[in-house]
Design a protein around this ligand. Structure first.
Ligand code: HEM
Length: 449
């Protein structure tokens, strides 16, 4: 206790930054838990340590998880110059490139984000609606009927086709087919957890030089740059409404257009960020619907003649109960108080999408699939966060929900769904997304037979 004297004022106590508690496992055990059973591990840590806990991962550093809505709000609304999201995604650098909006921070991030925002404005989504429904209907009509089929590869095929068309506005043709093939091949490189682990272990610099990766990337880059250069001089550029054409007409604050390299990096970002994620969300929606016949029936009625609000609730409940990604990251540039604790600089704060979506005080009976909860109470900004928040909130969030609606509408009006097998599928890791363990296997019986 300090005693004030005439020449010695009381000094304000200096608070030292500190980390919340967390498991003291060895690094190999920690790595194994995080790669093999991330979601049970998060639940276990929350049960033991509460709303804030720390884990340490090799190559990733120290992560402080938060799942209290107030703390999440502090992170999402905090100064983006002090809470870096780009730095936390650095492993994607060789694939996405240095101009990617996902990898930048501070003014450089805001500059790229501003250029891209208009292309994702809610109103613009309507322009893509018809194309999304057409792609989905065309593929669904070619699925086998009556035998079990895995939805995940089928949803990946639909979402890849949709994002390519939305981004480039191209219809069939040799260039389109070639680009689709090359992209699929490079995305497959990271799809298997073991390969993804190798990518993490190699680190961004060595991965960029890894021959199988470099060869594939060069082929994709050549096609992307060719497409950008051809489109730049297209006579109908001003009338086109695909994302590439909109970005080609966008200008920086000083009037400069985006360079070929900037465009290449943002296109790659959209293709990577917008394809696998939406396919995973759709796969989970189908898996859940096949196992909840009453919910499926209500959805069918809504699609046949309702106002679409139940469809919207089904999508919200799917992304709550089976979030595609389980966390977002912000690296602290300086010590910061979050959730009542002063956290040290250099650690990453991780708002846990998975844990906040399972809070019984916000979602009674959190494990139950009950879409109607979103009709009773709208999704909260800091309690329903499947696409993150603040100035880093997913640019394609509205696009993804719109696409999920279009695909589910086509699906339930063309097929009737049954589960394949008795046991519900659990969540397994596929690189960064959490996917259904058997690929969302269902029987999709044709309604026209
Ligand atoms: C269900 C589907 C999707 C999910 C679950 C999802 C999830 C996310 C998450 C969690 C983030 C990080 C947010 C944060 O740090 O606060 C993010 C960022 C981003 N997403 Fe998505 N996403 C989806 C679909 C899409 C689509 C369709 C696109 C593009 C067409 C897209 C483009 C982006 C971009 C560009 C960013 C970076 C934003 C920034 O850093 O400013 N995403 N997404």
């Amino acid at each position: 206790m300090g005693v004030a004297t005439a020449d010695k004022p009381i000094a304000a106590p200096v608070r030292k930054p500190e980390l919340p508690p967390g498991p003291d496992w060895s690094l190999p055990r920690m790595t194994w838990e995080w790669w093999k059973r991330p979601l049970p591990m998060l639940e276990q840590c929350q049960a033991r340590y509460g709303d804030m806990f720390t884990i340490r991962l090799p190559y990733e550093g120290t992560w402080v998880f938060v799942s209290n809505p107030e703390a999440i709000k502090q992170v999402f609304m905090g100064d983006p110059n002090l809470l870096h999201a780009g730095a936390a995604n650095i492993v994607l650098l060789p694939l996405l490139g240095e101009h990617s909006v996902l990898l930048l921070d501070e003014p450089e991030h805001m500059a790229q984000r501003k250029l891209m925002l208009p292309a994702f404005h809610g109103k613009r989504m309507e322009a893509y609606g018809e194309m999304m429904a057409r792609v989905a209907a065309d593929q669904i009509d070619r699925w086998p009927t009556d035998s079990p089929i895995r939805m995940r590869p089928r949803m990946q095929a639909i979402t890849l086709e949709v994002i390519l068309r939305a981004v480039f506005g191209v219809e069939e043709g040799e260039r389109f087919t070639q680009l689709r093939g090359e992209l699929r091949s490079i995305l497959d490189l990271s799809a298997k957890p073991r390969r993804a682990m190798l990518m993490v272990l190699l680190g961004p610099q060595r991965l960029g030089r890894f021959p199988p990766f470099r060869r594939k990337l060069e082929r994709v880059d050549r096609l992307l740059i060719e497409e950008i250069r051809m489109r730049r001089t297209a006579k109908d550029l001003a009338e086109r409404d695909d994302i590439l054409s909109l970005l080609l007409q966008a200008t920086h604050e000083d009037g400069r257009p985006m360079s070929d390299r900037e465009l290449r990096d943002e296109l790659m970002t959209l293709l990577v960020a917008g394809h696998e994620t939406t396919a995973t969300g759709l796969s989970w929606a189908i898996e859940l619907l096949a196992r909840h016949p009453a919910e499926l029936e209500r959805l069918e009625a809504d699609v046949a003649g309702g106002d679409g609000t139940y469809l919207d609730a089904v999508i919200k409940e799917t992304l709550r109960l089976r979030p595609v990604v389980s966390l977002v990251l912000r690296k602290l540039v300086e010590p910061m108080e979050i959730g009542g604790r002063l956290l040290p600089a250099g650690v990453s704060v991780a708002p846990s999408i998975y844990l906040v979506h399972r809070r019984p005080d916000i979602y009674p009976e959190p494990e139950r699939c009950r879409p109607a909860r979103f009709r009773e109470r709208p999704a909260g900004t800091y309690t329903w966060i499947p696409v993150g928040g603040g100035v880093r909130r997913c640019l394609g969030g509205a696009f993804a929900e719109f696409e999920m609606s279009a695909v589910l509408r086509e699906l339930v009006s063309r097929r009737s769904l049954r589960p394949a097998g008795d046991a519900p599928e659990h969540s397994v890791r596929s690189t960064i997304t959490n996917v259904p363990s058997r690929g969302a296997e269902v029987i999709a019986i044709s309604r026209t037979n």
